[in-house]
Design a protein. Structure first.
Length: 263
């Protein structure tokens, strides 16, 4: 070590010159404190000055850029802003749903899933998108044909957020799936399948929120506000669904700066 560097980084375990046995072998366990400290010195001297980490790019997540916005939600289109009474009622209903879910979680966990239900692993982003939204929405294919309408094919239309399914999801999985669907929604249109799952995942989200969940629901509310402004046909049912998600994020999860001003 250079003298100048040693002044900035003094030795924590200084070792004075000491008489070690002629047969001292640094590869065997030390027998005395002096031998131990000497062995530490020898090992430190063998360490390279610069170490370069070997990183496998394939293991990095695809999305490395994080956009953080501190702005609130965009106002609802004129004539579509929810009333305060409506918002308060939705929060009360949502709170009742969460209480019921928590109360009966063990019961629903014990229920057997149908043989065609295969829940993806928590880290399987594409698998969860297809599971929740169905291949028809995920792949943006045309509506089902008349022959397919004879029976429900959940692989095509997506599995609904049944209590027997969401009760089996721990908080890590709930947060991951919420992230996957919010990311998907960031580039796609709002659909009933997406709305049902977002509501169910919010109902499963435990308070107090973890930082990543806090960021996710704010991102979700902002995206809902963007979509309803761009809604060309002003579909009341869809705008009401978007209003509902914004209401729950802002008023139930205490993100009041994102709340809609009562009409």
């Amino acid at each position: 070590m250079e003298p100048g560097v040693e002044e900035l980084m003094p030795r924590l375990l200084p070792v004075d010159d000491c008489d070690l046995a002629e047969d001292f072998d640094p590869t065997v366990p030390p027998r005395t404190p002096q031998e131990y400290l000497k062995r530490v010195q020898i090992e430190a001297a063998r360490c390279p000055d610069v170490v370069v980490a070997q990183i496998d790019p394939k293991k990095l997540r695809k999305r490395q850029t994080v956009n953080i916005s501190i702005s609130g939600c965009q106002p609802a289109p004129e004539g579509y802003s929810p009333t305060l009474k409506w918002q308060q009622q939705q929060v009360a209903n949502f709170s009742a749903v969460r209480q019921s879910l928590n109360k009966h979680r063990n019961h629903w966990q014990s229920q057997h899933l149908d043989s065609n239900v295969s829940m993806p692993k928590s880290e399987d982003e594409e698998g969860w998108k297809k599971f929740c939204l169905g291949e028809r929405v995920y792949s943006e294919t045309e509506a089902l044909s008349d022959n397919e309408n004879l029976g429900i094919d959940y692989i095509k239309v997506g599995f609904p957020p049944l209590l027997s399914i969401v009760s089996r999801m721990n908080q890590a999985t709930v947060t991951s799936v919420l992230e996957y669907l919010t990311s998907w929604f960031g580039e796609k249109k709002f659909t009933p399948e997406l709305g049902r799952w977002l509501y169910a995942l919010l109902a499963c989200l435990e308070k107090p929120l973890l930082p990543e969940a806090h960021s996710l629901i704010r991102q979700l509310a902002r995206r809902c506000s963007e979509v309803r402004v761009l809604e060309e046909n002003k579909n009341e049912e869809q705008i009401s669904a978007l209003n509902l998600i914004i209401c729950l994020v802002s008023r139930y999860f205490d993100q009041r700066d994102l709340a809609d001003e009562p009409s």
